[in-house]
Design a protein around this ligand. Structure first.
Ligand code: ADP
Ligand code: MG
Length: 697
């Protein structure tokens, strides 16, 4: 008898292309395939046939419900469950799932943020099947990836803009590869691999920390004096319960056809990483949402809590989500891979230069798209990229590009020889193991790795921005090249374009230590924006150049951008408000009584002594001083928070929260941390950092 291997279940819960091939009549499968290429719309007969096959496949696996799974602007996922069962003519239950059910869903959208896009008289929202991302089964529910739009067709989710940006970049990149004589290429896919970091802590301790429960991070807590010791103690060993958790996560993901591997990550105690194999951008973003969900639910099963927050612990490295990104043609050529032939090399340089131009033109947008309130606690902290965006190409390629910059006009006439000598890239060091990890945007052999993205964020917006801005740069290049007929002319002109881009945008290249103070000074000299607060990046979304780039590439309309910017402010304000409320509550109901008990303990002890004793008196004095400071700062925070009341515009409220309330939160925290260091374990009524950070060992 053969034993069951987890790989036997690989893809068991995924209505994959292979399953479609097997279960659909061939003409139907072909029609679906054409629809995914956007060559032709899906007709209802085809949809009916697919729906039927999908239902049969799912019901065989015990599935009873289906849902249109979508990604509202909250950044998480949502679903509305419907049963396959409908009452039949003779009161028996029959199962029904039509092409219409598959393609379109309708629901009340009023519980999701719309930034004002949904007029009150029309609170309905519609979900439409994204036939390019496969349906899957989760907990006996068939999940159909969909986009979510309003009655007027405005996008209400994160996925529709992503799909539009994918179309935009595919179109422009295809124009260029076609000019380079690859006439048969019809599509270029942005490919994305997302590395997800997270923390695990024991569930019982999690439940004793209101801040973790409500805010996802600790709002107070001081590192033990042997803080590093906690890390050392941890290094190298995977505790048994974590290993069991990882095994289950991996197996769950394999069933969904996600090639993932969880790994121990030594950066911080109880911090881990999971990286699935890269996939087409929209699938990778969907998979990342599923992964975050599976991490949370599986941790729960194993009596642990998974923290996806960017900075759960002050003084401990936070978590990110590295966005690895490349462009691959439908015949499998990676356009960011330096090739052997000069032809491929010039094309490679052209694509790299398009990225350089895009990033240098829209750094604020990228910074915005990767961030949120939480990420401000992580960026620039010698653990994550600085808030300044630069591109690390590695010294070899940077040198090649800088030589282009220095080339005099006209010196490329003898194009072939110059081109070949200039771009002999076949021996570009491919080993990326020693690459610069301090760069926010690094070329890593055949892809760019954007390391600024926060761990809790949906990767949709990051990739929407990246695709759009690069599409725009590629579009301009294609416009310039389209009038040249001969490949030699196209190559020569391409190098001229690269040279021009390098002249204008070389300031964005930096391969040195991104964490160093010297770079901050140098970056300022170069005029690179250094935006330390997230809310200062939000206006970049509605700035004229952003509106142009999004509209021209068919990704967002202006009013959609305005709505989104409102939602970002709201989201920021809510995050800070929840933190304030939580910290005030914990202070009043838990920490203050603890401190008072401690004072009482010493004063009782003092009174029981035959005569006064200096030690006790000093101790009591110190605690009383802390009590005063604590009480004062408690009220400062409370009042600063209330001061926002007369403000009405989200932008102003967010400004006030950022400039007045967030620092007050920090000041109260500092006093609480001082109290923690001064009082007994008994009267400090919540688990300490040391408890939390060693809780899954
Ligand atoms: P690191 O060294 O940064 O920790 P990992 O191997 O953990 O790298 O993760 C790299 C990620 O990049 C994986 O998700 C991988 O699938 C992805 N990746 C590899 N090649 C490409 C590519 N051409 N395009 C996009 N992503 C890629
Ligand atoms: Mg990485």
């Amino acid at each position: 008898m053969t034993t069951h291997h987890p790989f036997d279940d690989f893809g068991k819960h995924l209505f994959s292309e292979n399953v479609m091939k097997e279960t659909l009549p061939y003409p139907i499968y072909k029609k679906w395939k054409t629809a995914t290429r956007k060559d032709d719309a899906l007709d209802l007969n085809t949809a009916d046939a697919i729906a039927h096959a999908m239902k049969a496949w799912a019901m065989e696996k015990g599935v009873t419900h289906f849902t249109h799974w979508f990604q509202p602007m909250t950044g998480s996922t949502a679903e509305k469950h419907d049963s396959f069962v409908e009452p039949g003519e003779y009161a028996q239950a029959i199962s029904r799932f039509s092409g219409k059910n598959l393609i379109k869903g309708e629901g009340d959208a009023s519980s999701f943020p719309s930034g004002g896009l949904r007029a009150t008289f029309e609170a309905r929202g519609y979900t439409y099947w994204d036939c390019t991302s496969p349906a899957f089964i989760r907990d006996n529910v068939l999940c159909i990836p969909t986009i979510f739009v309003s009655y007027n067709g405005d996008t209400l989710d994160k996925k529709a803009p992503l799909l539009k940006s994918i179309d935009a970049i595919s179109k422009q990149a295809t124009r260029i590869v076609n000019l380079f004589k690859d006439k048969d290429i019809r599509q270029v896919h942005p490919m994305v691999g997302l590395e997800q970091e997270y923390f695990l802590i024991d569930k019982k301790l999690f439940e004793q920390r209101m801040d973790l429960q409500h805010c996802g991070r600790t709002l107070f807590g001081s590192m033990p004096p042997n803080g590093q010791g906690v890390a050392d103690h941890y290094f190298g060993s995977i505790p048994r319960r974590v290993a069991a958790f990882m095994k289950e996560v991996d197996e769950e993901l394999w069933k969904l056809g996600i090639y993932a591997k969880t790994e121990h990550n030594e950066a911080a105690p109880c911090q881990f990483e999971i990286a699935p194999l890269f996939a087409q951008a929209n699938i990778a973003v969907d998979q990342n949402q599923i992964i975050m969900d599976i991490l949370r639910t599986t941790a729960d099963k194993h009596e642990m809590s998974c923290l996806l927050h960017e900075k759960p612990f002050q003084g401990v490295n936070g978590s990110g989500k590295h966005n690895n990104w490349s462009l691959v043609t439908d015949d499998g050529q990676n356009l960011l891979e330096p090739g052997e032939r000069p032809h491929e090399n010039i094309r490679f340089l052209l694509f790299v230069c398009a990225v350089i131009k895009a990033v240098d033109t829209f750094p604020e947008l990228l910074r915005m798209a990767a961030s949120c309130y939480n990420n401000d606690y992580r960026l620039g902290g010698h653990e994550a990229p600085p808030a300044v965006i630069s591109i690390c190409m590695g010294s070899y390629l940077e040198d090649v590009l800088m030589r282009l910059d220095k080339q005099e006009k006209g010196s490329l006439k003898d194009n072939e020889s110059t081109a070949i000598s200039l771009v002999s890239l076949a021996d570009v060091p491919k080993d990326t193991s020693d690459r610069n990890r301090t760069s926010p945007f690094a070329f890593t052999g055949n892809k760019f790795e954007f390391r600024m993205v926060g761990s809790s964020r949906s990767a949709a917006t990051t990739n929407t921005v990246l695709n759009t801005i690069v599409a725009d740069a590629l579009g301009e290049i294609a416009d310039e090249l389209k009038d040249y007929k001969y490949i030699d002319d196209i190559r020569r002109q391409s190098l001229q374009i690269c040279r021009r881009i390098m002249k204008q945008h070389h300031r964005i290249l930096f391969s040195g230590d991104g964490y160093s103070q010297a770079w901050m000074i140098e970056a300022k000299k170069r005029g690179l924006p250094n935006i330390s607060c997230y809310i200062d990046t939000i206006p970049s979304l509605t700035a004229a150049k952003a509106v142009d780039v999004f509209q021209n590439n068919g990704v967002y309309k202006q009013h959609e951008l305005e709505a989104r910017s409102e939602i970002l402010y709201e989201e920021f304000i809510n995050s800070v408000r929840v933190e304030v409320k939580t910290l005030l509550d914990v202070s009043k109901k838990c920490l203050l009584p603890g401190l008072i008990k401690e004072i009482k303990f010493y004063s009782d002890a003092l009174q029981s002594l035959p005569k006064p004793h200096l030690f006790y008196e000093k101790k009591i004095n110190k605690l009383l001083k802390l009590l005063d400071k604590f009480n004062d700062q408690y009220h400062v925070l409370k009042h600063k928070n209330l001061d926002a009341r007369p403000l009405t515009a989200n932008r102003e409220i967010a400004r006030h929260m950022n400039d007045e309330v967030v620092p007050a939160l920090k000041s109260l925290r500092d006093i609480i941390d001082e109290i923690e260091e001064s009082i007994s374990y008994e009267n400090y009524p919540v688990p300490s950092y040391e408890d939390l950070l060693t809780s899954v060992n």
